[in-house]
Design a protein around this ligand. Structure first.
Ligand code: MN
Length: 638
């Protein structure tokens, strides 16, 4: 509870916003009264020097005139806090006046809380809480029960593999008694009796739990790593997401994190994964909880694919069935802001799976509105991609679990360099990383190494390995440096090899608008199924041509039924071009999109020539605009 109420300033009006006042049940003893809490008192006698009050049948005492603000008659109620307990057992109280508070009933004082179980090993205890998971094992049924201080597994045994207390369900408010024991080194309660509460009893506990949950969900107030006015605009949105994620953990709802499989996507998801795991471990007595409640999954495509959402739903439904888990919250990172994500979101909408997005790609806010519950994106605040997802998520991680700060100071700089951010705060971020012993080349190498590692990890999150590459929750700096060196060198070598073969097959054409058009058949003139993939290969070719020419450049990397597009200095609108191609090329089977100047399209194999010709025609008509945002500053498409 709030430790900040003015115990010293008796009788004054202290700032108690949201304070909790306890109404003790008749049978409560002095054990139920603690020095820094507030209680409802009833006047049982008025004397010259004050009033006598009852907190319960067993707890009574004096409020001396000097500690009294109002004047009261027998039967009146007001709020007090404990003043003194004399040696002879006499109690004195002080009146406290509050404008805003909540009353909570304390039924009995023999309840133990989850955070007290450590000291109750071997004891018989009573707990009240809400059931956040019901898992049937081959032996007992395990109820994960959350009270106002934490979550503990409670094992109830009926017969091996038989569901105990079949009437007790997920989200029920329960009162249980049992013996505190350890199992595999972790605390659990062996249940003697378990009852689902209803009516007023349940309401009272629920109110208490809700207030505790609300308080525990509050994010930490941390100063951002660097001062950056543009970034400050996002602070409140990030705080909302931090609160939402902490609440999700407390409620026992798993979090399924989907992130773009590139440098920035990892700089976003890895610190957040680390922070959430710490918070879960702190909340749950079950040491397996971090593993069960949080999954990080890389997404190859720059949007949420039907393939990914189908897997996600399938796993979520299986976890519900097999492990009695709630359906997850989907957290989209460095991905998830666009129209292309919406079919997958619509698929999720058949189930209770809330969606939260933190992204810095050019969004379609109207398209995703109503489908996502929170959407953090610098474009929604007149800022842009220069605030990378990694930068946002490092602050988010710190709001969730501030102790991660020392592990993540270098991460925003890696994110910024990976995504070629030209944000005003980049020098400050790089300076922070310098203090950790990284120069700019090191940071670039970490980004490349991450990109390379995640390419080979495919659908696997590779948590420990990726932690070592990024040096988050990694205990061996030397190994981290050797790994990065090895991976970055391999990545560079693979890119060089790819381009050695490809560059001589790049075809050039001067467009009517004066831009250079470069085309490369990535299917026939590049190594396939290796690093770099077609999107990155096209990006690397494009970058070289922009540097070589210094002119407006468009690059198309095409395969049998797809093309990857990048442009610099030409006012393209790839999503719009896709819409037009769908209409104009009959039977082309065109789909795709992306950002204004980076994107990809798909078509049917037999119509490639017609689609690409129509595409080039549109590109030749596009305006030249050298002031445009450079696609070089954007991550590669797929
Ligand atoms: Mn990014």
């Amino acid at each position: 509870m709030s430790p900040s109420h003015g115990a010293e300033d008796s009788g004054t009006e202290a700032p108690h916003d949201g304070a909790v006042v306890y109404d003790l049940a008749a049978e409560c003893s002095l054990d139920a009264v603690s020095e820094d809490e507030l209680y409802l008192a009833t006047v049982n006698g008025v004397v010259e020097y004050g009033v006598f009050v009852d907190l319960s049948e067993q707890v009574s005492g004096l409020v001396h005139d000097s500690n009294l603000v109002g004047s009261y008659d027998v039967g009146d109620e007001f709020i007090v806090e404990l003043g003194e307990v004399r040696e002879n057992g006499d109690l004195s109280f002080r009146e406290v006046q509050l404008a805003d508070y909540a009353v909570e009933t304390v039924d009995r004082d023999d309840l133990t809380t989850v955070d007290e179980l450590d000291d109750a090993l071997g004891d018989n205890v009573s707990l009240e809480g809400t059931v956040v998971q019901v898992k049937q094992t081959g032996g007992p049924t395990i109820f994960q029960v959350r009270d106002d201080t934490g979550v503990v597994p409670c094992a109830a045994f009926e017969q091996a593999g038989v569901r105990a207390y079949p009437d007790v369900e997920l989200d029920d408010i329960v009162r249980l008694t049992g013996v505190v024991e350890t199992r595999d080194g972790a605390l659990q309660v062996e249940v003697d009796s378990l009852d689902a509460l209803d009516g007023e009893d349940a309401d009272a506990v629920e109110q208490r739990l809700d207030a505790a949950l609300e308080a525990a969900a509050a994010p930490h107030d941390v100063d951002p790593l660097v001062e950056w006015p543009a970034f400050e605009k996002l602070h409140d949105d990030l705080e909302t997401v931090a609160r939402r994620l902490r609440r999700t953990v407390l409620e026992g709802r798993p979090i399924r994190m989907r992130h773009h499989a590139d440098g920035d996507g990892l700089c976003a998801s890895v610190p957040l994964q680390y922070a959430l795991r710490q918070f879960i471990a702190e909340t749950y007595e079950d040491p397996d909880a971090p593993r069960h409640l949080l999954k990080r999954l890389p997404s190859k495509a720059p949007f949420y694919e039907m393939e990914d959402v189908t897997r996600d739903l399938n796993f979520a439904l299986e976890d519900r069935e097999r492990h009695g888990q709630k359906l997850p919250l989907l957290l989209m990172l460095d991905n998830g802001s666009t129209e292309e994500d919406t079919p997958a979101y619509r698929n999720l909408a058949h189930y209770d799976v809330p969606i939260v997005v933190v992204d810095h790609h050019h969004p379609d806010p109207e398209a995703v509105e109503g489908l996502v519950e929170e959407h953090v994106n610098p474009y929604l605040h007149d800022e842009d991609y220069r605030i990378t997802t990694g930068m946002m998520c490092v602050e988010l991680a710190r709001m969730i679990y501030p102790d991660v700060t020392d592990q993540v100071r270098h991460v925003p700089a890696v994110a910024g360099i990976s995504d070629r951010s030209e944000g005003e705060a980049m020098p400050d971020y790089v300076e922070l990383a310098n203090e950790e012993g990284y120069d700019e080349d090191d940071l670039r190498d970490i980004g490349e190494a991450l990109d390379y590692a995640t390419f080979w990890l495919k659908y696997d999150d590779g948590r420990e390995f990726v932690n070592d590459v990024l040096n988050v929750a990694c205990d061996d700096r030397e190994r981290h440096e050797e790994l990065v060196d090895f991976l970055a060198t391999r990545a560079e070598r693979d890119v060089d090899e790819q381009l050695d073969a490809a560059m001589s097959h790049v075809e050039h054409e001067a467009l009517d608008n004066g831009a250079h058009l470069y085309r490369i058949d990535v299917e026939n003139h590049c190594h396939r199924f290796t690093y770099p993939a077609p999107g990155k290969t096209t990006g690397k070719i494009h970058d070289r041509k922009v540097q070589e020419t210094g002119d407006p450049v468009i690059t198309i990397g095409y395969g049998p039924d797809f093309a990857v597009l990048r442009s610099d200095g030409v006012r393209l609108d790839i999503p719009e071009m896709v819409v037009e191609l769908i209409e104009e090329v009959d039977g082309g089977g065109v789909s795709g999109g992306g950002h204004l100047v980076v994107g990809s399209i798909k078509f049917v194999k037999g119509m490639r020539e017609q689609v690409l010709d129509a595409l080039v025609e549109k590109m030749a008509d596009a305006e030249i605009d050298e002031e445009l945002q450079s696609s070089m500053a954007l991550p590669d498409g797929e």
